[in-house]
Design a protein around this ligand. Structure first.
Ligand code: NAD
Length: 444
């Protein structure tokens, strides 16, 4: 089947590549000339494990091409995926200007072509958009003279860092359609990815749009909830790891997305929680839980800095802090809303210096901070000249450092562990002379 994917970011590039992998002919479109030139030259603008191999294979097989020519890409396509950004407006609402620009461009290219039956030509909204957007886009498409073009909603649930696995073997695929034939066409496209226990779910567009926000909001809620319990553990002298075991074995609760940390970041949870609150407000509904989740997360992003300030009696000026991990989570180079950046800003504002290491995200941080920070070539290198180590992102390479070497290099052997990565080894660290702070380990 012929597919066009507009937007070659984390979602669009993965979608296009994975659709090509099962034999479709895919044209990816982007309007960022630098990104496009890189992709056309065989490069990959983002880090996502395994993506380079899959892109190469499908490019070489002639199933995956990249262009800046939207009109040419969509004219021959049955499915036109819209995977552009939907950033947050200052009031928390979702900015749909990129989605609308693509829809207008698609319509301009399609309106002169012969009209077909429903399902012959489908704009598939993959970007995360608030409930009601499919309806508004459908009206826009009709106003643009393209009543023969259908508009489906197909929210994406992939996780950066495991995006290929998530797309190829999804827990479920959700589509929102107004016409049975559109659902059937999408069912055919997604058949290679779905099984009995990985179902293809067809529903109304409003329900599909809501499903995406509800999914992200519940995950964000779990994180904010366990973060607050962890903070209470610190105050009460309880150990969050013990508490997690105690509650997680209850099958109604479980362990997933229930680990405390420095607050959630990324391009989705913060924006989507606010987007849902704003959409609800427009409909006259108050989402008190989501409001609290967002507020708790803002506070959580300051917890590590609070522990550091307290330990050093507020005397941070002139000290250097080693920060391990900059990406908002491991196995990605994405630093959007990353908690490491909140910490770094606070350290710099307090007059401290920061020496960082991240396996993939340093270049993106450097593009923002330049020489305000130091960038080490390896984890241990970040410790040289540093007073203390602050672990923010749990990359696998940070799991088992040589603690003898860590102690030798740090001016004061203090570890602030934002992910409780070394919590189970705490007594060894204390024996070795470290001072150790985790999140929710019974001390502030
Ligand atoms: P991104 O910023 O990485 O990529 C968006 C791309 O769209 C960019 O390459 C940009 O140049 C391109 N673009 C913008 N306007 C364009 C236009 N008019 N024509 C062609 N290209 C255009 O964004 P992303 O992280 O891939 O997210 C895309 C959408 O998917 C968002 O709505 C997001 O909320 C949603 N989403 C993201 C994730 C994730 O993990 N990143 C997961 C699920 C859903």
């Amino acid at each position: 089947m012929n597919v066009a994917v507009v937007g070659t970011g984390y979602v669009g590039l993965v979608t296009g590549t994975c659709l090509a992998e099962t034999g479709n002919s895919v044209t990816c479109v982007d309007n960022n000339p630098e990104k496009l030139a890189l992709l056309q030259g065989g490069g990959i603008p983002i880090y996502e494990p395994g993506l380079d191999v899959l892109v190469k294979r499908n490019r070489e097989a002639g199933r995956l091409t990249f262009t800046g020519d939207l009109a040419a890409a969509v004219r021959g396509a049955k499915f036109i995926f819209v995977a552009v950004g939907t950033p947050e407006l200052p009031n928390g609402d979702v900015d749909l200007k990129y989605v609308n620009a693509v829809v207008d461009g698609v319509c301009a290219a399609l309106k002169e072509l012969p009209k077909g039956a429903p399902g012959d030509r489908i704009i598939v909204l993959k970007s995360t958009v608030p409930p009601g957007t499919n309806r508004a886009v459908t009206e826009r498409v009709i106003a643009n003279g393209c009543s023969h073009v259908s508009v489906a909603s197909n929210p994406e649930f992939l996780k950066e860092g495991a995006a290929l696995e998530d797309f190829m073997n999804p827990d479920r695929v959700v589509v929102g359609v107004r016409h049975e034939l559109v659902g059937e066409a999408l069912g055919e496209l997604y058949a290679p990815y779905c099984t009995v226990d990985r179902p293809f779910l067809v529903m109304a567009p409003e329900s599909a749009e809501m499903t995406k926000y509800a999914a992200n909001a519940v995950l964000a809620t779990k994180i904010s909830f366990i973060n607050e319990v962890a903070n209470l553990c610190d105050a009460a002298g309880a150990d969050i790891n013990a508490v997690r075991k105690g509650i997680g074995h209850d099958q109604r609760i479980g362990f997933q997305f229930f680990a405390p940390g420095p607050g959630y970041g990324g391009s989705c949870f913060p924006k989507d929680v606010l987007g849902l609150i704003a959409a609800a407000q427009r409909m006259g509904v108050k989402l008190r839980v989501c409001e609290a989740v967002d507020e708790a997360n803002d506070a959580q992003k300051k917890v590590l800095f609070g522990k550091i300030t307290k330990h050093f009696g507020g005397q941070l000026a002139g000290k250097t802090f080693a920060v391990w991990g900059l990406a908002f989570k491991p196995k990605t180079d994405d630093i959007r809303e990353a908690p490491a950046l909140t910490l770094i800003d606070a350290l710099l504002a307090a007059g401290a210096k920061v020496k960082t290491f991240d396996p993939e995200a340093a270049k993106n941080v450097k593009a923002i901070y330049g020489d305000k920070l130091q960038y080490a070539a390896d984890p241990l290198g970040a410790l040289d000249g540093a007073t203390a180590l602050v672990l923010v992102t749990e990359w696998p390479e940070f799991r088992g450092p040589d603690f003898v070497e860590v102690k030798k290099r740090l001016a004061a052997p203090v570890i602030f562990d934002g992910r409780n990565l070394y919590a189970e080894q705490e007594h060894h660290l204390l024996e070795a002379g470290f001072t150790y702070y985790g999140i929710g380990r019974g001390k502030n």
